[in-house]
Design a protein around this ligand. Structure first.
Ligand code: CA
Length: 470
């Protein structure tokens, strides 16, 4: 096989925050197998999603476009399979392609996976135990635990592949998505220990826009019986009850990750045993980040750091030096262009992201992006997170909560009064104190508003023009 045509093994979990990965310095768990990708390759510390929610991020990763372009703005919008995606391009250039696991972009008709020689996916969110899956249009129930099954089917496909052609395999885990159901093997992990609470666990949501206090994703109040799985003990003080709920939540979340980690190890072992490590790009990422008790929350959606940041580890011995770390900004919309570039294929003009292949070799282009555009559309739904957009630079973050469902499918509820937030990430990395109204930052606000406008024009999105704009 020509070294210019690497295999691509893309492993993506659902809601796995970078701060629950050993290679990212996790204080709460260990992930020895995922860490093998980091030690054999590169860890990206500033990889961000352009919309921190499952379905939209998946659409961006396949099509290389922002959600206002691909139409997948919320969980209720589905991907049109007729749109160009990077597996289609790889197929045209002789790759064999497959996706196994969580799809969550709709199914049936134009929403079935396209661009794949083989697909075997969960309908919707899918189940942890004995899930139904849809294999090439045929729906059947499988026996077993979802993370193991997804890996089993991925390995089966790899074993049956044509060894004379490169492959692209997307392994999409359901875990560790809510409702965090571990398998029997890991059910008792962490039984006799307490997981540390995060620094911002007792955030009171002061000094920020109303959106933070309005969100309904608080560990103390919003985890339900299905999440907790056992009754809340009697006689606890409110603070004790909050801590107890956190332990229930985070332990199940980490147990689900332990299973993913084991199964990542199985795939890495196979690649090694096949003798194809040198020519295989292995990626571990997640569709977005997650709040692990940070700000007293679970879930995601906000443009805040824990939710915005995606883990992104990449091993490709032919081009990436082992054990390297990169702090440049990369985005989910950049993934497809990068994979095509590594495969020696031209990036289609419809892809809005840019290849970061040169970063893999340690070269950062002089004009590399130092700011990014974010937009969360699903106003009000589920956790009552206010619709917002914003810009993050290497030091600052400006967020505009325009607070309007704008008729987006799945977005609901009354408009909220628009508000701005500005964070100085150097002085306030936990984002506890918006300095939007601080006169010392007036110039920064002006510069960032101009940058936000520039980015919206660049990606073809429009600024909010509601009547209530301040
Ligand atoms: Ca997700």
């Amino acid at each position: 096989m020509s070294p210019s045509r690497p295999n691509i093994l893309f492993i993506m979990s659902d809601d796995h925050a970078a701060h629950a990965i050993g290679a990212y310095g996790s204080r709460i768990n260990q992930t020895p197998h995922i860490d093998r990708i980091a030690s054999g390759g590169m860890r990206f510390d500033n990889c961000f999603c352009t919309n921190s929610i499952c379905t939209p991020s998946r659409a961006a990763i396949l099509t290389g476009t922002y959600n206002h372009v691909n139409g997948v703005t919320t969980l209720s919008t589905h991907l049109d399979g007729r749109l160009l995606n990077y597996p289609k391009v790889l197929q045209e250039h002789g790759y064999q392609t497959a996706v196994v696991g969580k799809w969550h972009l709709g199914h049936g008709g134009i929403h079935d996976p396209t661009g794949f020689d083989f697909w075997d996916v969960l309908p919707g969110q899918g189940l942890y135990h004995d899930p139904e899956m849809i294999r090439m249009g045929e729906r059947t129930t499988r026996d077993g635990y979802v993370t193991d099954l997804i890996t089993d089917y991925s390995l089966d496909w790899l074993k049956g592949r044509d060894r004379n052609r490169p492959f692209c395999l997307m392994v999409h885990h359901k875990a560790p998505h809510r409702s965090w159901e571990p398998d029997d093997k890991h059910a008792d992990m962490y039984e006799d220990e307490d997981i540390p609470e995060p620094e911002t666990f007792n955030d009171d949501y002061s000094n920020r826009a109303q959106a933070a206090a309005a969100a309904r994703m608080r560990v103390e109040r919003d985890l339900n019986a299905e999440d907790l799985k056992v009754p809340v003990p009697q006689g606890l003080t409110p603070a004790e009850e909050k801590s107890w709920k956190y332990q229930r939540y985070i332990k199940d979340y980490l147990r689900c990750i332990a299973s993913i980690d084991d199964n990542v190890g199985r795939l890495l072992d196979y690649i090694d045993e096949e003798g194809i490590s040198e020519d295989t790009i292995v990626v571990y990422t997640s569709d977005q980040g997650f709040f692990l008790g940070d700000h007293g929350w679970y879930d995601k959606r906000f443009m805040y750091e824990e939710s915005l940041r995606m883990p992104f580890l990449i091993r490709y011995p032919r081009e990436v030096a082992p054990g390297t770390v990169n702090g440049d900004m990369i985005l989910n919309v950049d993934f497809p262009a990068t994979f095509l570039d590594c495969a020696g294929v031209d990036v289609p003009p419809s892809f809005q992201g840019r290849s970061f292949r040169s970063l893999l070799g340690g070269e950062t282009p002089a004009d590399w992006q130092t700011s990014m555009y974010y937009r969360y559309w699903m106003h009000g739904a589920h956790h009552n997170v206010c619709a917002h957009y914003g810009v993050r630079t290497l030091r600052y973050k400006l967020i505009y909560y325009y607070g309007d469902p704008l008729g987006q499918e799945g977005a609901v509820g009354p408009n909220m009064q628009p508000e701005w937030e500005l964070f100085d990430l150097e002085k306030d990395p936990c984002e506890l104190n918006s300095v939007y109204a601080d006169p010392d930052y007036a110039d920064v606000v002006l510069a960032l508003k101009a940058e936000l406008k520039r980015l919206q024009e660049k990606v073809g999105d429009e600024a909010y023009r509601g009547k209530t704009e301040p």
